[in-house]
Design a protein around this ligand. Structure first.
Ligand code: OTU
Length: 598
């Protein structure tokens, strides 16, 4: 069934007020609201007129089934196109592989045309509406979307909202002196930039210190939160909003079904603040959501907000007194990911238990994105706040965990510090397998132990009910790729350690079969137990601190975060092994008990 123009009018009535309210909040004091609204409305109508019938049919189906992505079989996969399959059409040949893994959601990194030279792994976008030329064309992507959709896999692309590359046409025009485009960016004088710097944290303190870059053609200090070639957009200028709404809807019309909103927390800048999680950043994302709800409601928004847990819920939406205003359908459960690694290091379930406990109560039509690893480092700082209630010295505790994951002492983990020489708490790089002990394993016993730790973290992601997303290569146990250090274009960026070239020849190795087999059993268990959506914490015996209990659907999942066997008082059939669960859990073992407690 296709959308009619009256459908559009209905949706404009339903969501237009929400959209207009955000514009009013953001620009009401500085701009003519009626003029802005009529320009936005024109963009919505134009893009709606271009929306392909197949996407319109998806819109209608998903409006009728808002929770379509809150489902037990929602397994995700995240990968670089070049490192996985060479090109976009090469990737089309891999759809069957993804389908066999049970993937329903595919996040492609570094797909859009990136800056020439270093591009922060594709996160410095030169043209949002073109595909990186070495990978293929937009026509190839449309064909890929078609094959993916036939396998019920939704394609997600990054929408870097916070910054463009310094060779994006807007930046080039700004540099050439065009005042219209200069106002797309934020340029401060030296004194003002220095004053702001005192309250701004740094994301890349060693490779890109500071938050500003002197650009002579711009006559001052350009705001660059990340690398100097990533120019932060000036969202206080409604032209940026108009341009991004238009860009996003055009991409949705090409067939993308999800946007990963990169660096969502950073969008709005305000003097005297750390410029993270400001209310206006939420108004921006809610405006984008309302625009999608009007023109392309089949599309998901996913927030990448690597922020303390307390700041996370608003990324799903909030009620500011006018009823609930939805924001993102999906939000990374970053704290849970970090907590899993802390738990392995400490042999204690305390931190993941605390995070699972606050991961419930999601609004209707919303879900977590859960994961063990992604293309970025494990950033330790975001969970400092979560540890405050648990520990008197969270910084020391996390530093110990980081050191352990970085291989200190007799640790089996093989992580490498990121943006730090290891003395200052920041981040840790490494693949799931290397961090979980497979790289250091020298015999069958230590290999088995590593497989269990890998499965344990995969269990945490799958049992937590979200879109459990596998990072490329982790399903076959790929190890750290130290070769990036010999490549002059990548040597400065430690995150390439865990961005290896996919090793297709590894698929039938014992390690790959073991890890992929464990993943398949986890997926099957969640489907059988109908587990989807936010997890709840199950009470466990306080004298067994390594034990974590999670209710997933009708099932109870228990994870032993220690190298010792622990007693399990709950009983039942374990869906993972197919037999009755024993009275003890083996070291690093997880069980998935069928149905409600007898
Ligand atoms: C995001 O990351 C991306 O995932 C990174 O790959 C990019 O480098 C970055 O944005 C800039 O586009 O702070 O919430 O490893 O966790 O940079 C946004 C550090 C971010 C990342 C951090 C992150």
């Amino acid at each position: 069934m296709a959308t009619t123009s009256s459908d559009l009018d209905t949706r404009l009535r339903q969501h237009g007020t929400t959209l207009r309210r955000q514009l009013e909040r953001l620009y009401g004091a500085t701009h003519d609201g009626d003029a802005l609204w009529s320009r936005i409305e024109a963009v919505l109508r134009d893009r709606m007129a271009e929306r392909p019938p197949v996407m319109q049919a998806l819109d209608v189906a998903r409006i009728a089934d808002r929770d379509w992505f809150v489902a037990p079989d929602m397994i995700g996969y995240s990968t670089y196109v070049d490192r996985f399959a060479g090109t976009v059409s090469g990737l089309t040949q891999k759809v069957e592989y993804l389908d066999t893994l049970g993937v329903r959601y595919l996040h492609l990194l570094a797909l859009l045309k990136a800056r020439t030279g270093d591009s922060d792994g594709g996160f410095a976008v030169a043209d949002y509406l073109s595909i990186e030329p070495t990978l293929g064309t937009m026509a190839d992507v449309e064909a890929l979307c078609g094959s993916l959709r036939a396998s019920r896999i939704s394609l997600c692309v990054d929408l870097a909202l916070n910054h463009t590359a310094d060779d994006h046409v807007w930046a080039l025009k700004a540099k050439a002196g065009d005042p219209h485009y200069r106002d797309y960016y934020i340029v401060l004088d030296e004194a003002e930039a220095a004053a702001r710097e005192t309250v701004l944290p740094q994301v890349f303190p060693t490779t890109a210190p500071g938050n500003f870059t002197h650009v002579p053609e711009m006559g001052g200090e350009v705001w660059t939160t990340f690398y100097p070639f990533q120019w932060d957009l000036n969202w206080a200028n409604p032209e940026v909003m108009l341009a991004m709404v238009d860009t996003m809807l055009r991409l949705a019309n090409h067939g993308f079904e999800a946007f990963r909103l990169d660096s969502t927390a950073f969008l709005w800048k305000q003097a005297g603040t750390d410029c993270r999680n400001l209310p206006q950043s939420h108004f921006i994302v809610r405006a984008l959501r309302a625009a999608l709800d009007i023109v392309a409601p089949a599309t998901l928004l996913k927030a990448e907000a690597i922020v303390p847990t307390a700041f996370v819920p608003p990324y799903f939406g909030a009620d500011e007194g006018e009823g609930f205003e939805p924001e993102c359908h999906l939000v990374y459960n970053n704290s849970l990911m970090v907590a899993g690694w802390v738990a392995l290091a400490e042999q204690s379930a305390a931190l993941p238990a605390a995070i699972v406990d606050v991961s419930g109560g999601l609004p209707h039509g919303a879900n977590w994105l859960t994961y063990a690893r992604c293309h970025d480092d494990i950033g330790w700082g975001a969970v400092l706040g979560d540890l405050r209630g648990i520990d008197s010295d969270p910084e020391a505790r996390l530093t110990d965990a980081a050191h352990f994951i970085e291989g200190a002492g007799d640790s089996w983990a093989r992580g490498v510090p990121f943006q730090s020489d290891g003395s200052v708490l920041h981040g840790t790089n490494g693949t799931l397998a290397s961090l979980a002990g497979l790289e250091a394993a020298t015999d069958d016993v230590s290999r088995e132990t590593a497989f269990r730790r890998i499965a344990l973290l995969n269990t945490l992601a799958v049992a937590s009910g979200g879109v459990a997303t596998i990072y490329m290569g982790d399903e076959v146990g790929m190890l750290n790729d130290y070769a990036y250090r010999d490549d002059p274009d990548r040597a400065h960026e430690g995150r390439w350690l865990h961005r290896p070239q996919m090793d297709w020849s590894a698929l039938d190795t014992p390690a790959a079969m073991r890890i992929a087999g464990d993943l398949a059993r986890l997926r099957a268990a969640r489907v059988a137990g109908a587990g989807a959506g936010a997890p709840t914490l199950l009470a466990t015996d306080a004298s067994v601190p390594a034990l974590l209990g999670i209710r997933c659907g009708t099932d109870r999942v228990y994870l032993n975060f220690s190298d010792r066997a622990v007693p399990l008082s709950d009983t039942g059939t374990d869906r993972l092994s197919g037999s009755a669960a024993a009275a003890t859990l083996a070291p690093w073992q997880a069980v998935w008990l069928m149905g409600d407690r007898a």
